[in-house]
Design a protein around this ligand. Structure first.
Ligand code: SF4
Ligand SMILES: [Zn+2]
Length: 332
């Protein structure tokens, strides 16, 4: 395919289910191919491989308009559309205003239009012309702790920036979905779990829904180099289950997860035997919000996970103990 053609095509389009006002609806998901996230080009978050995957030089308004033609043609009565750019929909350099306006025209039949943005692009001006009742803004907070944001993620903004942006979105009558990252590098399993639980509590004050995203090791990232050396293990699915249980404290805020790469070595995983059952439970809970869906999950690896919560802290290390121990013992 010629380069020009690629630029006219969204990076990906698929359909999935989501919740709107507590109701399961069909959603069209569109990943626009853009010049990419400005922060990714400058320094970038440690776990982010989006720049390599998504960004293309020279994608401007005409190319994005043609991508929207393709996306619009796939709409088939879905109530929700999610427009991702692997960056910020509200960054004019990535998505010019005319393209944004076109999104709201093209998908005006949808009751919810979700897009993602870094907080610095959430301003009075960028929100003013949007149809508030339809808009849901996804903010990638990752962690509610400034130290973790700076040292473990390199996020390039502070918690206060998120709070400002989320508060403004709410004041304008729009919805907020906050993304959190379970287990950034350099944290032990316990620290990661505690960080996500504390972050869910913080984000729930500013959000309609909170999505917990376990790290999925992406190519050519710092996290990948740690992973290759055995110095990083993606989170256990048990940690994800534990984090989701925070839902019981939160009133009406939805807490959910659709963990990408789950059950594989690069994604959140357990022992391999119980992964499918735990992932299925997480999926059920994500829609039902019924904590019972997370009960009754058992496997012998749960005790190993519990032991590691203690052991890594005692040893003051965040390395992948399972892998190092297996190497030392000559196991696979
Ligand atoms: S803000 Fe998002 S897209 Fe940009 S570098 Fe960080 S994770 Fe990647
Ligand atoms: Zn297991």
């Amino acid at each position: 395919m010629a380069t020009q053609d690629r630029r006219d095509m969204p990076q990906a389009i698929w359909k999935e289910e989501d919740l709107v006002g507590g109701r399961k609806v069909r959603a069209l998901v569109v990943i626009l191919r853009t010049v990419g996230c400005w922060w990714s080009r400058k320094k970038g978050c440690l776990m982010c491989g989006y720049n390599q995957a998504a960004s293309e030089a020279g994608i401007g308004e005409p190319e994005l308009m043609r991508q929207l033609d393709v996306a619009r043609a796939r709409l088939d009565g879905e109530e929700m559309v999610k427009i991702y750019t692997s960056g910020s929909f509200l960054d004019e350099r990535e998505v010019p205003k005319a393209v944004r306006d076109r999104v709201f025209q093209d998908f005006s039949s949808c009751s919810t239009i979700l897009f993602e943005s870094r907080p610095e692009f959430v301003t009075e001006e960028s929100l003013v012309s949007l149809p508030a009742e339809k808009v849901e803004v996804a903010l990638g907070l990752e962690s509610g702790n400034d130290l973790v944001l700076r040292e473990c993620i390199n996020k390039g903004f502070r918690v206060q920036d998120y709070i400002r942006a989320a508060s403004l979105i709410k004041q304008r009558g729009m919805r907020v979905r906050t993304y959190l990252l379970l287990k950034p590098p350099y944290l032990t399993e316990r620290q990661a779990l505690e960080d996500t639980v504390a972050s869910i509590r913080l984000a729930s004050a500013y959000s309609d829904s909170v999505s917990v995203n376990p790290v999925n090791v992406q190519r050519d990232t710092i996290v990948e180099s740690l992973f290759r050396r055995g110095d990083y293990r993606p989170p256990w699915l048990w940690s994800l289950v534990e984090a989701l249980r925070t839902r019981r404290e939160l009133g009406g805020v939805r807490v959910f997860s659709s963990p990408s790469g789950a059950g594989t070595p690069r994604g959140a995983h357990n022992c391999g035997k119980c992964d499918a059952a735990v992932i299925a439970a997480v999926e059920r809970f994500s829609f039902s919000q019924d904590l019972q869906d997370l009960e009754g999950l058992e496997c012998e690896c749960r005790a190993r996970w519990r032991a590691q919560l203690e052991l890594q802290d005692h040893m003051r290390t965040s390395v992948d103990l399972d892998r190092h121990l297996a190497d030392d013992l000559g196991l696979d």
